[in-house]
Structures are given as C-alpha cells and as structure tokens.
Design a protein around this ligand. Structure first.
Ligand code: DX5
Ligand code: ZN
Length: 216
C-alpha cells in the first residue's frame, strides 16, 4: 500500500486550513518543523500544529528538523500529531524518545539525513513505526531528488523484511512523478511530496496520480 503525504512546506502558510482541504483524500499531511539550528530555515512550531490539528481531519505527520527533539517531540504529540519524526542526528536518546512518543499515543518515527547510514541503527528498528530516509539535504522544498539514496532505501527495505517488521519506510525530498517509481521499486511505501503536489494546478489530482505511479 502506497501512501502519499503532501508537505505543507510548499503550501500557502496564511491559508493552511484551505490548503489541507485541497489535498483531501491524502493519507497524512506532512508538517515540516524547522528551528534554524538543525537546518538553515525556520518554519512553524507547536501552536500552529495545534491549530492545524483542529482545522483538518487528515492526520498530521510532523517531521521535526530541530535540535533537542528529546525535549520537544512529546509536545507535538500533545498538540495533536498522529506521527512524530525526530532526526537521529539530533536525538540524545532515540530509544527512550521513540518509546515516549508511542506511550503518548502517536506513531514514532526516526529520520536519517543523506549522510547518515542505516546500519548502526538496525537494532533500533523494532522501536519505530516508521523510518524516514531523506532524499535531499533537509531544510528546503523544491530540491532535486538524490538518486544516490536509492541503494540506502533498498538496504533498509531488506533489513525491515529480514526482521519481519511492520514499520513504514518513508522518503522525503524531490519526490515527483519522475522519481516516485524509482523510490517505490527500491522499497519505500510512504512518499512525501511538497512542490509536486502544491505546485500542481490540482493538488488532489496530483496526489492521486502520484499514488497510481507508486503502486504500479
Ligand atoms: C525538506 C522537507 C520536505 C520538503 C519536501 O527538508 O523535509 O518535506 O517539504 O519538498 P519537495 O517535495 O518539494 O522536495
Ligand atoms: Zn519533511
């Protein structure tokens, strides 16, 4: 099953509720939280996530590109996120943090920047509901997909299957009609798309056609 998660980073921040409505039928709404420390860009925080969670029925997939996720991630669960992703490069205690996110009632997810290998984290996979492999350097929408990440997606899929785990494998960055099939073929099953959805004439139609390409 392929899931498409539109990223509101490419939406109009002054009209977030309408922009969420424009992608009705999506599995999740991807919310990029950036703190201008972990990445060189600043977006939004807990109060906006709280308001957005009240304004839409689509569950929120919060991607925290921030320092000190150990302190902040639980607050995003309380704000109404259904899934919270922290970066392993920033987490002091990823296992404790994943357990805390789950205990508070959300799906726990961990992200890897392009330069971070999966192998050292193999033993952590059972603690997670999703693993996010970044296919661009985090920080901005609209960047070109990094083809060199395909072997890492493939190796991660093999690890997940070898351990018989249920966790979802998400890709984020440069996912579009011209790259999604390669990601799916490599073993990803959750696809974040920002500019490919919100840059389209009809965002809901863009979600449908991406999903069709991913399940081929
Ligand atoms: C980048 C963000 C992505 C971004 C993707 O750091 O994590 O979620 O919105 O945007 P596109 O799909 O345009 O690459
Ligand atoms: Zn993201």
């Amino acid at each position: 099953m392929a899931q498409i998660n539109p990223s509101i980073l490419s939406a109009d921040f002054a009209r977030l509720a309408e922009e969420a409505e424009a992608v009705r039928g999506s599995d999740w709404l991807h919310v990029d939280v950036m703190d201008n420390h972990f990445v060189p860009n600043l977006t939004l925080g807990v109060p906006i996530v709280e308001s957005l969670a009240r304004a839409t029925d689509i569950p929120l997939d919060c991607h925290l590109m921030i320092e000190d996720p150990d302190r902040w991630a639980p607050q995003y669960v309380e704000a109404g996120a259904g899934s919270v992703t922290f970066h392993v490069e920033a987490a002091a205690a990823p296992v404790r943090l994943a357990r805390e996110i789950r205990a508070k009632g959300a799906r726990a997810s961990m992200a890897l920047k392009p330069g971070t290998p999966i192998e050292p984290f193999e033993d952590l996979l059972p603690e997670l509901d999703m693993l996010l492999i970044m296919t661009v350097e985090p920080g901005f929408g609209g960047q070109a997909f990094l083809d060199i990440m395909l072997p890492k997606i493939r190796r991660t899929r093999e690890l997940i299957d070898r351990h018989g785990l249920e966790l979802w494998l998400q890709v984020d960055g440069g996912v579009s009609a011209s790259t999604i099939e390669r990601c799916a073929e490599a073993g990803a099953d959750v696809f974040v798309a920002g500019s490919a959805v919100y840059g389209a004439q009809d965002p809901a139609e863009a979600v449908r056609s991406l999903r069709e390409l991913a399940v081929k």
